[in-house]
Write a protein that binds this ligand. Structure first.
Ligand code: ADP
Ligand code: MG
Length: 355
């Protein structure tokens, strides 16, 4: 967006106007009501582009709605060619972040670059190669998928000859002549993905693309996301369900209550989700009593006993020391089991703990 001050030819009043390169806008002088056209030059010399390896760069984004800080000083980067998961419970600030990235809402503070272009200074350039699937996508119920995509081609200035191949590509060829009003949620989502593919974007931003879909459709949508990525596109998608991102993403950012709490690879997430294994030790004659040495043992975070089983939560590095100490104290260990909670369990616990 460019801001410019122009002078009214009649009353010489100074008027501040805003527009993008190439825009032609109708200006009315607020003082004397004179009307005139102003064209922003298409070839703007102030276009800034960085040539680094990030498709998306968000620095210190904050968005406040009246009394809610929906996004609080969030920064993260999405690398070229990766599948990036944006994970967080409902109301965490995912959609708000995505809308700010696309310039659909104004941010209070922050700097965002898409494909190296600043979304404010070079908003047109930053948006040309993005395919966006909104969280709630509404189609005209009475149109067929062909008519729907023809309409989107017109809006995006693209040739309509791509529509039928696109419908086949996403797997909706059997529904080519059906009305969108009869489509299931999964079919609508595929049509939404087809819509984002118009114009061959290099970055796809998908807001909860798998929400409300059953397991079969989740797999279909996941395969489509993989296909787009294998062709070279960068994907960022949001989800409130860990398992949806776990098997698909290179890296993940976790947002909760507007704050980013992690940005890392999936294997490293356990660090942020504070996954601790639980040890179950069977000891002869324990009789539901926790041995004194355990209650004061360094590194043991939780302990309890039931019958002959002693339950302990601790880091894996502490496990072996606990066993050794019990043996030295002459407890007769009959069996040892460890339970690693899944990432999903840990994620749910994190969200619940934060409520
Ligand atoms: P998510 O997509 O992670 O579920 P959102 O970004 O939609 O979360 O919402 C984050 C927070 O901002 C929520 O508390 C939500 O109620 C609030 N919020 C979102 N949009 C608006 C709005 N237009 N006006 C006021 N509050 C909003
Ligand atoms: Mg949302």
């Amino acid at each position: 967006m460019i801001t410019k001050t122009i002078v009214c030819p009649k009353c010489k009043n100074q008027i501040e106007i805003q527009g993008n390169p190439g825009d032609v806008i109708l200006v009315t002088c607020p003082k004397c009501d004179t009307k005139g056209k102003f064209s922003f030059p298409a070839d703007i010399t102030e276009i800034e582009k960085t040539t680094d390896s990030y498709s998306i760069q968000i620095d210190n984004l904050t968005k406040i709605f009246k009394d809610v800080t929906a996004v609080n000083n969030v920064s993260f980067k999405v690398k070229n060619g990766e599948i990036f998961g944006f994970l967080g419970p409902n109301g965490a600030g995912k959609t708000t972040t995505i809308k700010a990235m696309l310039g659909l809402i104004h941010m209070n503070t922050g700097k965002i670059k898409i494909n190296g272009y600043d979304i404010i200074k070079n908003s047109k350039e930053s948006r040309t190669k993005i395919g966006y699937l909104p969280e709630i996508i509404s189609f005209y119920e009475n149109l067929t998928p062909v008519q729907t995509l023809n309409f989107f081609c017109e809006m995006k200035g693209q040739d309509k000859s791509i529509v039928k191949p696109l419908i086949k590509e996403v797997g909706l060829e059997d529904a080519m002549n059906k009305k969108v009003g009869t489509f299931s949620r999964g079919m609508r989502q595929l049509l939404g993905i087809a819509q984002t593919m118009i114009g061959s974007p290099s970055i796809y931003v998908l807001d909860e693309p798998m929400a409300g879909l059953d397991a079969r459709w989740v797999k279909i949508v996941r395969d489509k996301i993989r296909m787009l990525n294998e062709r070279g596109a960068t994907i960022m998608f949001s989800s409130h369900i860990l398992s949806e991102v776990q098997n698909l993403c290179t890296r993940v950012a976790i947002i909760n209550k507007g704050r980013l709490i992690a940005e890392d690879t999936v294997p490293n997430l356990s660090k942020y989700l504070k996954i601790k294994p639980r040890l179950e030790i069977e000891i002869s004659g324990l009789n539901g009593e926790v041995p004194n040495i355990i209650a004061t043992f360094e590194g043991v975070e939780q302990y309890s006993a039931k019958g002959d089983i002693l339950f302990i939560t601790c880091d894996s590095s502490v496990r072996i020391k606990v066993i050794k100490a019990l043996e030295e104290a002459k407890f007769e260990i009959k069996d040892i089991k460890t339970f690693e909670p899944s990432l999903e369990e840990a994620f749910v616990r994190l969200i619940e703990g934060d409520k």
